[in-house]
Structure formats: C-alpha cells, structure tokens
Design a protein around this ligand. Structure first.
Ligand code: BEZ
Length: 217
C-alpha cells in the first residue's frame, strides 16, 4: 500500500552528506520537505537542488528542514562520494551553497518505503517526489513530478504557508491562494464562534463558505 496523506512518515536511519541521521529525530519539532530526484549529475536535478539551496531563508522562515534522496549515483563512486562531487557542480553552476543533507540509499529501502520509484516510468530511478511532513511526523502533502519537469518550489512554499495557517489558525486556503489573500474558516468552526476567533472580520458567502482576512498578518 502506498503512502498517503495522514500516514506516519516512515522513519529511517541513513548516512547523508552531513553525517548519519535518524529522520524523525533530525526533524525534531520542525516541518520537513523530503524529496527525491532521479539522479546526480543530471541537468534538471542540478537546477532544482541549486534552487532549494538558494531558497534557504524561505524554508528557515517557515521552520522547515529539507532532505533529499537519490538512488541514481555515479557508478565509479560510492553514493556519498557521488552526492558530494555533484554538490560541487551544483554550487558552481547555480551560484549556490547546498547545506542540507543528501541521503544515500544504496538498497533503495527509503525510496521503496516512500514509493518514490514508479516502475512504469523508470524501474530503477526515483521520480521527483515531494513529501511535506509535519512536526507530528505525519505526511501532509504528496506530489510526484516526472523526471523531465523541474519542480515549482514557490508552490512548495505556498503549501507550507497554507498548512501552517491551518495548523495554527483553523483556516483553509482557497484555489490559487497566495500569501496575503483572504482565507476560509474551516467547517469545524461554528459560525457563531467566528467573531471571537477571527477578530479581523469575516464574510459569510454561503453558510459553508466563510472567509476571513489572513489571520497571521
Ligand atoms: C534531469 O535531471 O535532467 C533528468 C534526470 C533523469 C531523467 C531526465 C532528466
């Protein structure tokens, strides 16, 4: 059975470019973005890892740690040597400083636990999977992209913002929501409780659609 939203994120202990980590302990009370990419020394992946490194302050602002796994490593190097050599290329070509861990997964155990290998796309390499994991270690988001499409990391940050608003303020976010726009009061909040909980105001569009200004601004 593949991993689904709400499931406990599988824990693992693994060697990384920053030493051995236990995933759950490493996350601590923070949010996590755990993502796979097909292979080291490939063009799209190089731009992605550089982009994530250059978004460091955005992830930090959201109390979020990033972890990356790939099973596609260079044949004449150990997995960690491959990751470390490739990081040098990423830093050079993307004007970046990659300082988040890249995990080695020589037996594909982590990739299998997270369902990151989609055999009908490629039976040996991971696709571009993204898992957002909450401080409770539960999976909050799962997205898979094909190898040929680099991810939109603005979208990952947008979802983190939405998830954190929901966790902290009992609001959801509407279609195409962007930071600063009105939010939706979750159905669990009774209409009579809205004025107390959302003192910035609210609009009742329908009894099931109640909006309020973004509460954390
Ligand atoms: C890339 O990162 O460019 C890539 C990796 C595997 C397959 C296709 C593209």
């Amino acid at each position: 059975m593949s991993l689904r939203i709400g499931d406990k994120a599988p824990n693992f202990t693994a060697n990384t470019t920053q030493g051995q980590i236990n995933f759950h302990n490493w996350l601590g009370n923070q949010w996590g973005v755990f993502m796979s990419h097909p292979a080291d020394f490939t063009p799209v992946c190089t731009t992605e890892i550089g982009r994530v490194a250059n978004l460091k302050s955005e992830f930090t602002k959201r109390n979020t740690k990033v972890l990356v796994v790939s099973v596609g490593t260079k044949a004449d190097l150990t997995p960690l040597e491959s990751h470390n050599e490739w990081i040098k290329d990423v830093n050079e070509t993307q004007n970046a400083n990659v300082d988040f861990p890249l995990v080695e997964d020589p037996n594909k155990e982590i990739a299998d636990a997270y369902g990151m290998i989609h055999p009908n796309a490629n039976d040996t390499l991971t696709v571009r999977s993204v898992f957002i994991v909450g401080p409770d270690k539960l999976v909050k988001l799962i997205i898979s992209y094909p190898a040929s499409t680099g991810r939109n990391f603005s979208e990952i940050l947008r979802v983190l913002d939405s998830l954190q608003l929901t966790a902290n303020y009992q609001v959801a976010t509407p279609a195409d929501w962007e930071d600063g726009q009105d939010c939706i009061v979750v159905p669990a909040v009774a209409t009579e409780d809205i004025p107390n909980k959302f003192p910035k105001g609210h609009t009742i569009v329908k009894e099931y659609l109640r909006t309020t200004p973004q509460p954390n601004l």
